[in-house]
Design a binder for this molecule. Structure first.
Ligand code: 1BN
Ligand code: ZN
Length: 332
């Protein structure tokens, strides 16, 4: 069989498969019924590839070169200024939300940072990541658990993808409003009570009228792992359409990043928004190294991350925003 014929058969088979599972899932999950879109839309296969992984990788290097971005440190302040300056180059509006917390007995300044496109649009998508790094490598087994982590994957990777997407969406405008949100204090810890500090603060400060403008949100966490695999996340299950659309894109674009099996339940920055009724999916790769052995350890280094993974998730999210901005009706 000629390669083109084989490719067309494959695409047709995939279209049929997507169509059947999609309509059933749409009824279950309350997908935006008014939308003309669907993951059975053939234009899905005409993906754009504007995301430049070399530019994303430069953002990785810059962040890890600042040092450990632990709240209260000079590296943390330098990184905040870097993210803000990069967003100023690309976005229609940039906002910095300062808040203070007592950390380790010190009154500590923390910052959530937002880059907006199409500021007044009433149909919006939020893409988010945390930019702080964990102060202690509590999962270390060989070296001290008191050392800080580089946070190349757990911190810098999501930021790098969002900063490169800011360039993409400035040059190729999305049809909806888009907010790139960088949360501080996600990983302070050691326990869950002292994590997700920035996202809780940010979410609490949003009026209902603003929540009601969002179609959905996506959180990117630990997306730089050399072997990138993203599985269903159970807290995000009210947003299954987001996962299905991303998986359809991933498959159609030739990536094997999104998998149906092995669902996880993860506490993360998306939870406050879900509690307020938003659709919010956590794209997290929680298999970092063999048996997740690099997570919250001094092995969370740039050497254990790859440009190719940033490219895959960057292109998938780029196309999610271009092709599937209306998976849910705003505020639904
Ligand atoms: C993700 C990355 N998280 C922390 N760093 C959230 C999390 C908390 C994931 C506890 C699993 C367990
Ligand atoms: Zn972490």
């Amino acid at each position: 069989m000629r390669p083109l014929t084989a490719a067309l058969i494959l695409i047709f088979a995939c279209l049929l498969g997507c169509n059947a599972s999609n309509s059933a899932k749409a009824q279950e999950s309350g997908r935006n019924q008014d939308s003309q879109q669907g993951i059975d839309d053939p234009s899905l296969y005409l993906a754009t590839r504007h995301f430049d992984e070399r530019k994303a990788w430069t953002h990785m290097e810059k962040q890890v070169n600042f040092g450990f971005r632990v709240p209260g440190s000079s590296a943390h302040k330098a990184c905040k200024e870097y993210i803000e300056a990069e967003l100023q180059k690309q976005c229609d509006a940039v906002e910095v939300q300062e808040f203070r917390m007592k950390l380790g007995g010190e009154d500590t300044r923390m910052w959530n940072i937002v880059g907006r496109f199409n500021v007044t649009a009433k149909r919006r998508v939020m893409l988010a990541a945390h930019w702080d790094t964990r102060p202690t490598a509590d999962m270390n087994t060989k070296a001290s658990k008191k050392l800080p982590i580089q946070g190349a994957n757990d911190g810098a990777s999501g930021v790098s993808v969002l900063l490169e997407l800011a360039r993409v969406f400035n040059e190729h405008r999305p049809e909806v409003g888009l907010d790139l949100v960088f949360f501080d204090g996600e990983d302070y810890g050691p326990g869950l009570d002292m994590m997700f500090l920035g996202s809780k603060y940010y979410c609490n400060s949003m009026p209902d009228s603003e929540i009601a403008t969002y179609n959905y949100g996506v959180l990117l966490d630990m997306v730089g792992d050399t072997d990138l695999v993203i599985r269903p996340e159970n807290h995000s299950s009210n947003s299954v359409e987001v996962f299905l659309a991303a998986k359809a894109l991933s498959d159609a674009m030739g990536y094997k990043v999104f998998r149906d099996s092995g669902a996880l339940t993860i506490y993360d920055d998306h939870l406050s928004f879900i509690d307020r009724g938003m659709h919010f999916y956590d794209f997290i790769d929680f298999e970092y190294g063999p048996d997740n052995r690099y997570w919250h350890t001094t092995d969370d280094t740039i050497d254990n991350c790859s440009k190719e993974s940033l490219k895959a998730i960057g292109e998938i999210v780029e196309n999610l925003v271009f092709k599937f901005p209306d998976l849910y009706a705003p505020g639904s």
